[in-house]
Design a protein around this ligand. Sequence first.
Ligand code: DAH
Length: 357
Amino acid sequence: MTPDQWLERLSRIEKEFFSVPGGEDPGRLEQKYLGRKGELALLLRELSSFSIEDKKRLGQTGNALKNKLQENLDSRKTSRGAAASEARPALDLALSGYPYPRGSVHPVTFTANKIIDSLGKLGFSLEDGPLAEMDYYNFEALNFPPHHPARDMQDTFYLNLKDEKNMDYLLRTHTSPVQIRTMKSRKPPVRAISFGKTFRSEAVDASHSFVFHQMEGFYADKNVSMADLKWTLETFIKDLFGSGAKIRFSPSYFPFVEPGAQVEVSCVFCGRNGAAGAGQKPGGEEGKCPVCKGSGWLEMLGAGMIHSEVFKACGYDPEKVSGFAFGAGIERFAMLLFGIRDMRMLYENDLRILKQL
Ligand code: DAH
């Protein structure tokens, strides 16, 4: 046989192989062409009678075809396997079912609902306000005149849209404007809470975000005192964190209350003794509770007696009406209720984490 005749036989084998219809048994084809006595195997063996150069040249072409046939046979086998499984009965009643994934409320929503329920029991109704707010409601009526330094702490995002006073609309920096909106539309006695998204121009870290949630509560009536505020917050906090929880006030400044206070809650992790307890993850200083950093107290709310200027802006007479207000970040409550140390975990939407909460 000459090399040309050899090549001709090779191409005949190729043509013949590739004209075999898809339904043919791949095992039988393999035997016919590539098996020990298969047509291609035999042809390759004939190479031994050629010169070294011809052996090299023809051998390469022959082996390339061998690989090509093998690939084709493999894919014939796979599609035959798939066809066989398709042929199974469509409905197999013996198969176990797929577990149905059950949704749940987000931890922030869960926490807000708990707060709303708890204050609802004390007679607070739920009010709502817009996220894109006017400067007047967010600042001015709350006794932050233009250029007041307290505005600096609440830098936010401004909309390219003018309000009634020719100021840009802004994304509200707190839920306190709902106090103004509610007092302007209702007469005392008023007892209301609000909850929702708030915004500030903040860099994101473990305890800050440019969007977060707040709750706000206030009560305006005759003869409301700071003792009423303290009782209300204590009752609410005990309902949320258990009867052992305590609160304490210290002086603080917010333009819309006078006096103003910062309210701390006894640390729910260490039970106010400041020591790292069993099961607490390391992270703080040796031996100290990592959540309250050993102080035994956690800053949770801002509060105070509603400022006379705020009452005036709402058309209430500060000689006749008094009231208290309080506000807090929902994420902080959620972090304590669920034992989360990084606020970002609440927003990364990693189901592996959210499902554990
Ligand atoms: N609005 C305040 C803030 O975002 C929180 C606050 C403090 C609300 C004192 C109040 C209050 O109602 O009385 O920082």
